[in-house]
Design a protein around this ligand. Structure first.
Ligand SMILES: *Cc1c(COP(=O)(O)O)cnc(C)c1O
Length: 497
């Protein structure tokens, strides 16, 4: 299997090259040259495996330059009860008859990004070795909260890597700040910036592309790499849990082998739902892919009209991980749907960066409608949904998951479709305790975040994930705060180059 770039189909690299490069040099994203197939027999066999082996089975179709031993080295290290609180890794909860919650948040940071960021460090170090890049990998991350912590947990003490995370001093929640300040591991660093998220991000980008810095790292046997969400190494692990959950439903007798299901995904960057699209086209029987957005509903409009327009107001919502106006992974979908027409992709995404807007052809509009349904939900409906799911089913869901539940309910009301349905549940309710508690109780509380966690535990009867329960007692290790102008010097000093 080789990988092409969405902006130049002549680019042809192995998966190890795609993963170490992250993004193609002309700005395109790496896409496998074809979608490998799974038979229903394969799916049945997958149901008998443990999660790490399910993942290895799927990866063996995409990472054909990896040996079996290399793939298992990655999956065994990433997907074990050392890192996840449940044996099944991707747990299925029954909401009501025929509707299943795919809980992707039993990893170390209690959000679905762990599913990919637990394995990415192993993909990266294995890839670098394979292509004889005999260098230590340095990861720089700018974070508005969740990605930084998930990356820290993923790279912590992984041999041959180190990681430095920057966050805006006043731009993350008290809980998120504490999660990062107390991070364990010998190869990690965390630093606050006096500025906002964009300042952190711009600083990191400038350092990444600084040739002097690159040369200094090179002379010291080090290289930069990115844990960014457009890396193929973050997308491919997400395909696994859709395959895995379908196999589980068959195994548990909930569906027949071959029966179609719907999949609902709360998304912003279009990553998680693109993974579901891949699973479908690998052979998982899927009826509709339902794309759920919050009030930043650029994707809803796109799927319904074929016009992508980011020129709109940006809203900060109670589902902040979906507050996104540029959905990077859409580029991969459109590349596949245009039969890999790199010229068209260059045109549309060129317009996106110059005018903030593009419109796809009628043929693509029809294809989008055939595969996807889309809807959105505002904060008020998000909270109402958390409340009613709690009352009706004694199930507590987080704000992002609630967006998906609401959009799915609207879809069912509008279509009468009774196909069995998987809803991707992307975060533990504890991760967004303030909003979830307010929704469950029907009013705001003015207690601190730790007390909110305790209160929520009392109401939801879900055990507090140990990663959050321990937080109160952990010592703070990282208290550096710097001016944004000093970011580069800070990196060089920390790396000792
Ligand atoms: C990142 C995130 C999302 C959105 O994921 P996409 O990559 O945009 O599909 C949804 N929910 C939570 C909790 C997240 O952290």
């Amino acid at each position: 299997m080789y990988y092409n770039s969405t902006r130049n189909s002549d680019v042809k690299v192995t998966s190890a090259e795609a993963i170490t490069q992250g993004i193609s040099s002309e700005g395109g994203l790496f896409v496998p040259e074809s979608i490998p197939q799974l038979s229903l027999e394969d799916v049945k066999a997958i149901g008998e495996m443990k999660y790490a082996d399910r993942a290895a089975f799927v990866f063996s179709k995409y990472l054909t330059d990896f040996t079996d031993a290399e793939i298992h080295y990655c999956t065994d290290n990433a997907y074990s009860t050392k890192n996840f609180e449940t044996e099944s890794i991707a747990e299925i909860a029954h909401l009501f008859s025929g509707t299943y919650m795919l809980e992707l948040w039993h990893g170390p940071t209690c959000a679905f990004k762990d599913m990919a960021l637990q394995i990415l460090p192993y993909f990266l170090t294995t890839s670098a070795k394979k292509i004889k890049l005999d260098k230590k990998i340095v990861i720089l991350v700018a974070t508005s909260g969740d990605t930084g912590k998930a990356a820290l947990e993923g790279f912590k003490d992984v041999e041959g890597t180190s990681i430095l995370v920057f966050y805006p001093e006043d731009g993350v929640s008290p809980m998120q700040k504490r999660q990062m300040k107390t991070q364990e591991g010998e190869n990690v660093g965390v630093c606050a910036i006096k500025g906002n998220f964009d300042d952190c991000q711009n600083g990191v980008k400038a350092i990444f592309t600084d040739n002097d810095v690159k040369a200094q790292l090179d002379a010291n046997g080090k290289m930069f790499s990115s844990a960014n969400s457009i890396n193929w190494g973050r997308l491919v692990p997400q395909i696994v849990y859709y395959v895995s959950s379908y196999a589980d439903l068959v195994k548990d007798g909930e569906i027949e082998l071959g029966e179609k299901i719907n999949i609902v995904v709360p998304t912003g960057n279009f990553g998680n739902i693109l993974a579901a699209y891949y699973a479908k086209h690998m052979g998982i029987p899927v009826n509709k892919l339902i794309c759920a957005s919050n009030i930043n509903n650029v994707l809803t409009d796109f799927i319904n009209t074929g016009v992508y327009d980011r020129n709109r107001k940006f809203y900060a919502t109670v589902s902040p991980s979906m507050d996104i106006l540029i959905s990077s992974n859409l580029e991969r979908l459109l590349y596949i749907m245009t039969d890999r027409n790199d010229a068209v992709i260059r045109d549309w995404f060129g317009k996106l960066s110059s005018e903030g807007k593009y419109e796809v052809s009628d043929e693509i509009k029809a294809k989008l409608k055939e595969e996807f349904c889309a809807g959105f939900c505002d904060d008020e409906d998000t909270k109402k949904t958390i409340h009613s799911v709690y009352e009706k089913y004694s199930y507590t869901c987080d704000t992002h998951t609630a967006v998906a539940v609401k959009v799915y309910n609207d879809y069912k009301d509008a279509t009468g479709d009774t196909t069995k349905t998987i809803i991707a549940s992307t975060a533990s309710p504890y991760k967004f305790s303030a909003a979830v508690l307010e929704a469950v109780q029907g009013c705001k509380s003015d207690i601190d975040e730790y007390d909110m966690v305790d209160k929520l535990a009392e109401l939801s009867k879900i055990p507090v994930p140990s990663a959050l329960a321990d937080l109160k007692n952990k010592p703070e290790r990282f208290n550096d705060t710097i001016e944004k102008a000093d970011q580069k010097d800070y990196v060089l000093k920390k790396l000792g180059v």
